[in-house]
Design a protein around this ligand. Structure first.
Ligand code: ADP
Ligand code: MG
Length: 509
């Protein structure tokens, strides 16, 4: 299905240091909030922006004696995500306690899956340019709980805790260190987001923190990465630093760039990079140390005694697999293959699932069973998206529905209106709404295909302009002037091809 893509070898970003070239190596741990109404181990709501501490079940607040109960829907969402990344689904996984103290973590531990994650190895096809892609390997996806939120800026002397987010299900998606440039890192996160939004397993809202990434960065000498690839031996790679909690594609790229240069400067200065967790400060454009490996928590992971290992059945996985929607890569390939769209246009139309749905609705319901894909793509991308962008709207809030736009395309296809009139019709639909065919009828916008009527208009113009006729006979290029006059006289409604023919014939060309 993806044979239209050409896969490129990694395109490492090279940074010239004072003492030679360096290459970047990047691996991402993406935290994606599971799209679910209830939390991972409680029935409390996951609603965003509620009154603090209003969505907290006893188990979320870690009241004594409360036991977690796994939410089957969240497990299904993780399985769906795994299938979407062509990953192995582990029929047995298990939950572990990751112990640490923090005021926003009332249990004193986070329930996670260290040793036996629910999803194993998979891959993400990252789009680098139209028709050019790269494979990034996925190491695992595990399910875990989110923590609550400490609020430090409400009172000068006190901090507050909001436990609404406590216990919300997260999927942690861990990549291999296969990403080689800031641009690839951003494209990788964008692709994950796109796939999960198609699947409906994560809403992908980065602003709300529903999708965020810990970015691991190291630098190495040219050739070292190839040695790592051959052997999978990490000692060929440099020491990495992890930049925590990034929720903007732009900042991810800036942070990687800064961090790589910082590491290069240290190494070239004769120092060594210390493995540590860092934070990116967008105001300064810098990363700074949060904690080094020595200060790192000893999480004392152990199997959570409150939860049995999670056994799922292959039949259940198959059932989920049977209900998978068409994913962006497949959809894009189909648009290219079956509709003859360009790789670029297909990419634009499939970028957001809502856009793809809109486009398919425009193509789908034609009078003849399916409208022309290229024509529909042209209208959706150039007219609709162009206009939506200008007004700051999205397809969900578009004043022109897919059915209305489809109606416009039908009118053009039938020869009832010209492309020029169609644009006027689009404007009317945008401003006033209504049924395209009815508007064309009631406002007399129908294209004149009645040859007799066009012929009369041509004759009138020729009769009224004898001097122009002489000039045109000497210089056939001037025939265009007559075509223009006829179109003007008919209010743009005459069929341009018919006008061209008639003018040429009457002028004896
Ligand atoms: P930890 O258990 O300390 O979190 P992992 O082995 O799980 O470490 O790796 C975490 C992330 O760091 C993964 O996404 C992995 O691809 C990435 N990573 C590992 N080594 C490197 C490296 N040398 N450079 C960049 N990224 C790396
Ligand atoms: Mg890890």
């Amino acid at each position: 299905m993806l044979d239209h893509l050409s896969f490129t070898a990694p395109q490492p970003k090279t940074i010239a240091g004072a003492k030679g070239d360096w290459e970047l190596v990047i691996g991402l741990e993406v935290h994606a909030q599971v799209a679910s109404n209830a939390k991972l181990f409680s029935g409390a709501s996951t609603g965003f922006g509620a009154e603090p501490n209003s969505h907290v079940a006893f188990v979320d607040a870690a009241m004594p004696g409360m036991l977690p109960v796994i939410n089957e829907f969240c497990v299904a969402q993780a399985v769906r995500t795994g299938l979407g990344l062509k990953a192995a689904i582990n029929l047995r996984s298990a939950f572990d306690r990751k112990n640490y103290f923090y005021p926003d973590l009332p249990q004193g531990y986070q329930i996670s899956q260290l040793y036996h994650p629910i999803v194993g190895e998979g891959e993400v096809i990252v789009d680098m340019a139209p028709g050019v892609a790269r494979r990034v390997r996925i190491e695992r996806i595990h399910l875990e709980q989110d923590a609550g939120k400490s609020i430090h800026d409400m009172d000068p002397t006190m901090s507050f805790v909001d436990l609404n987010r406590t216990g919300v299900a997260l999927m942690e998606i861990v990549s291999r260190p296969d990403i080689r440039s800031p641009e690839e890192a951003a494209a990788y996160v964008a692709k994950l987001r796109q796939i999960m939004r198609y699947l409906g397993t994560c809403d992908g809202n980065m602003q709300n923190g529903n999708l965020r990434a810990d970015v691991n960065v190291s630098v190495c000498k040219p050739g070292d990465y190839e040695r790592y690839q051959e052997t999978q031996d990490f000692s060929h790679l440099g020491t990495r630093c992890e930049i925590k909690n990034m929720n903007s594609l732009r900042f991810i790229q800036a942070a990687i760039e800064y961090e790589a240069r910082r590491q290069i400067a240290i190494i070239e200065d004769g120092g060594t990079v210390v493995q540590e967790t860092r934070l990116y400060d967008p105001d300064k454009g810098e990363t700074r140390s949060m904690r080094s490996k020595e200060e790192a928590h000893d999480y004392r992971y152990f199997p959570d005694p409150d939860l049995l290992p999670l056994d799922i059945e292959q039949a259940w996985v198959d059932e989920i697999a049977g209900r998978m929607p068409e994913l962006p890569d497949e959809k894009k390939a189909r648009f290219v293959k079956e509709m003859g769209l360009s790789e670029y246009d297909a990419g634009v139309l499939t970028a957001e699932v809502e856009n793809a749905d809109y486009f398919e609705a425009v193509v789908g319901g034609g009078e003849t069973g399916g409208r022309d894909g290229k024509m529909a793509a042209n209208w959706v991308i150039n007219e609709l998206f162009g206009r939506l962008n200008k007004e700051g709207l999205s397809v969900e809030t578009s004043p022109v529905s897919a059915a209305q736009l489809g109606g416009v395309i039908d009118l053009i296809a039938r020869g009832d209106i010209s492309g020029k009139i169609a644009k006027e019709l689009f404007e009317i639909l945008w401003a006033e709404g209504g049924d395209p065919a009815q508007i064309v009828e009631s406002r007399g916008m129908k294209q004149v295909t009645d040859l007799g009527a066009i012929e009369k208009a041509v004759d009138d113009i020729i009769a009224a302009n004898p001097a122009q006729v002489e000039k045109a006979k000497a210089n056939p290029k001037l025939a265009g002037w007559f075509v223009g006059q006829v179109l003007k006289a008919t209010g743009g409604k005459a069929n341009p091809a018919a006008v061209n023919d008639l003018v040429a014939r009457k002028l004896g060309m």
